[in-house]
Design a binder for this molecule. Structure first.
Ligand SMILES: NC(=O)c1ccc[n+]([C@@H]2O[C@H](COP(=O)([O-])OP(=O)(O)OC[C@H]3O[C@@H](n4cnc5c(N)ncnc54)[C@H](OP(=O)(O)O)[C@@H]3O)[C@@H](O)[C@H]2O)c1
Length: 343
């Protein structure tokens, strides 16, 4: 990548925003100018990037002049409000919120899974929900190997998926529970410490949460399988970083654990950790700050033909958000898809 681009990070002081900065630095992304945007709360604060100090600015509709790529992670409401202004200013927005993911003319992309969708972008590219992002690399491989018939997912999601405030809440709740034997919380589904909560995002009329619906609809869109039979139960667990998923996949054609493992091993996004006799399997505590999607516990489901169980774990702030967005930005630059703005 030789071209340098002007980057703005909308939500630069949040969990995902700070991870953007780390990943841009790690990957030596070709940045000409960098703009860091936040709410009034953090505007004016100082952030170091590549040895230089930057002052965080208040995000407004006028923040996007001369910006080539906006990495947005300030939540759906802010994206709805500010992204149209960024598009109008000529920037390409890679949005981490759910605001535009299911829009027909917005590509929903996991880099390395459906890069082709980027070619048709009209200024907005959506990054999927973190739970979907670590699931679809595996589903794509399985679909190519033997055809997906039905997928059943149960998630075990870390609190960092709920923003930086949730990390502090888990710490405070844990301290209170250990010192006083109890803790208080403003809402039932934020009783994180020493608990397992089957409620992420709001409930819809059919009894599913929005988080579960996101996994279902976003997986279908990314894989271009609109009729895929897929269901999900999304659960919050008291873990700081790393989402885990128990995935049961029924396939159309017969295959073996070995063939599945071999196919996964060839995928650059996936790393196999599957040696149960030596207690080797992916665990959330081991994946923080790592790039791959880890898969283990691959085994036949003896209750149903052509069906397999597996355990998928990844750093939700990396492949689930910031790393995927930066990888998308790299493809845009490499394939000259940052419309007319790259010098
Ligand atoms: N965490 C994950 O695993 C994950 C994965 C995929 C997608 N996402 C999505 O990414 C987004 C951010 O998540 P997060 O975990 O980084 O949240 P977070 O830690 O709560 O950070 C939110 C960021 O948005 C900024 N912000 C809030 N209100 C704003 C406003 N009115 N104008 C401008 N900036 C504003 C905050 O700035 P202040 O510092 O000023 O408050 C902060 O920088 C959400 O849409 C989330 O769904 C998160």
């Amino acid at each position: 990548m030789s071209e340098k681009v002007n980057i703005a990070i909308l939500g630069a002081t949040g969990n995902v925003g700070r991870m953007f900065l780390r990943i841009l630095e790690e990957r030596n992304f070709p940045i000409k100018n960098l703009k860091l945007l936040s709410s009034e709360k953090s505007a004016g604060s100082k952030v170091k990037f590549q040895g230089k100090e930057y002052t965080v600015e208040l995000a407004t509709k006028d923040s996007f002049k001369d910006v080539d790529i906006v990495l947005a992670s300030a939540g759906g409401t802010i994206s709805k409000e500010l992204v149209p202004h960024a598009v109008k200013a000529g920037a390409v927005i890679i949005d981490n919120s759910s605001a535009y993911r299911m829009d027909n003319d917005v590509p929903l992309v996991v880099a390395g899974v459906n890069n082709d969708a980027l070619k048709n972008h009209k200024g907005i590219i959506a990054n999927p929900n973190c739970t979907t992002a670590q699931l679809v690399p595996a589903l794509k491989v399985l679909n190519e190997l033997a055809g997906l018939k039905r997928v059943v997912i149960s998630t075990y999601q870390s609190v960092s998926g709920a923003g930086k405030a949730a990390i502090d809440e888990l710490s405070e709740q844990s301290k209170d529970h250990l010192s006083k034997g109890s803790y208080s919380s403003n809402s039932t589904n934020r009783k994180f410490a020493f608990n397992v909560v089957p409620h992420i995002d709001v409930f819809s009329d059919d009894g599913y949460t929005k988080e579960e619906i996101k996994v279902i609809l976003e997986s279908r869109k990314i894989l271009s399988l609109p009729d895929l039979r897929i269901t999900c139960t999304a659960v919050r667990v008291p873990v700081y970083t790393g989402h885990s998923e128990s995935v049961n996949v029924e396939l159309n054609n017969s295959t073996t654990v070995k063939q599945i493992t071999d196919a996964f091993s060839k995928d650059p996004l996936i790393e196999i950790v599957d040696d149960p006799t030596n207690s080797k399997y992916p665990m959330a505590i081991d994946v923080a700050d790592k790039d791959p999607v880890y898969i283990g516990r691959i085994r036949k489901d003896n209750s149903n033909p052509n069906t397999f169980n597996m355990w998928i774990v990844a750093d939700n702030l990396r492949i689930g958000a910031a790393l995927n967005a930066v990888r998308i930005a790299e493809v845009l630059v490499k394939e000259n898809l940052v419309k007319a703005k790259v010098n």
